[in-house]
Write a protein that binds this ligand. Structure first.
Ligand SMILES: [Cu+2]
Length: 231
């Protein structure tokens, strides 16, 4: 019986996980390339020639730069121009510490051309709201990157309560259908109940015997009822 409940629970969980997995696969398949052109500037080498920051065009450079919103698993394809001719380096600062850490999507090299766009991109596998920066001027050149979660993914916090609920429901359902009540013990007409054979106690003895017979009959009847219900 326990085996069946565990099996049922595993099947339900596998179906759920498979469904979630299929949805993630669908989201990945639907991922598109998002083309964004960014102009970066730090206002020249002495930062005295505004604008400073990032912009979708040379004329719209601001601090902070424009918010970029994409969907999870999209490929963000950037074309980058250096408006002030200085070296800049785009990266996504996942932990917001202003430096490129392992795992941060980051350009491998700087770009400095104001006329020829430098193309670089990355797959937005991680969802959330992050800060994008220039690795060389992180406090002056930054903006918000929103990666919208593709699907409601199955988290362990969802799986655990589901597991408990499924187990309890399956257990109760099974127990209701297949009662495991054992046959109650039937008292025997043994010496304890045999009050004795002398004339004084003979009526008492007969009464006890009758009571026990009726009781045993009731127990057997009930047990038979339980058995019939189960099959
Ligand atoms: Cu820079």
């Amino acid at each position: 019986m326990t085996g069946k409940i565990i099996l049922a629970t595993i099947v339900v969980l596998l179906i759920g996980i498979s469904a979630a997995s299929i949805r993630i696969q669908e989201a990945k398949a639907a991922a598109t390339t998002v083309n964004i052109t960014l102009y970066g500037s730090t206002g020249g080498i002495f930062h005295q020639t505004p604008p400073i920051g990032w912009g979708f065009s040379a004329a719209t450079i601001t601090t902070p730069g424009p918010t970029i919103t994409i969907n999870q698993y999209d490929y963000l394809n950037l074309t980058l121009y250096s408006e002030d001719g200085e070296h800049h380096q785009f990266f996504v600062d996942y932990n917001n510490d202003s430096t490129i850490d392992p795992g941060d999507p980051a350009m491998p090299t700087t770009f400095s051309s104001s006329t020829v766009g430098t193309v670089w991109g990355f797959n937005a596998t991680r969802s959330g709201t992050f800060t994008y920066r220039c690795a060389i001027h992180p406090s002056m050149m930054y903006g918000t990157l929103i990666v919208v979660q593709a699907v409601a993914e199955f988290s362990p916090f969802l799986i655990l309560p589901l597991f408990i609920i499924v187990t309890v429901v399956a257990s109760v359902a099974y127990r209701t259908k297949h009662s495991t009540k054992k046959m109650p013990s039937i008292p025997y007409l043994n010496k304890t109940h045999d009050a004795g054979y002398d004339s004084k106690n003979i009526i008492e003895w007969m009464k006890n015997r009758e009571t026990l017979l009726i009781r045993n009959f009731a127990i057997l009847k009930r047990y038979n009822g339980i058995r019939n219900k189960g099959h």
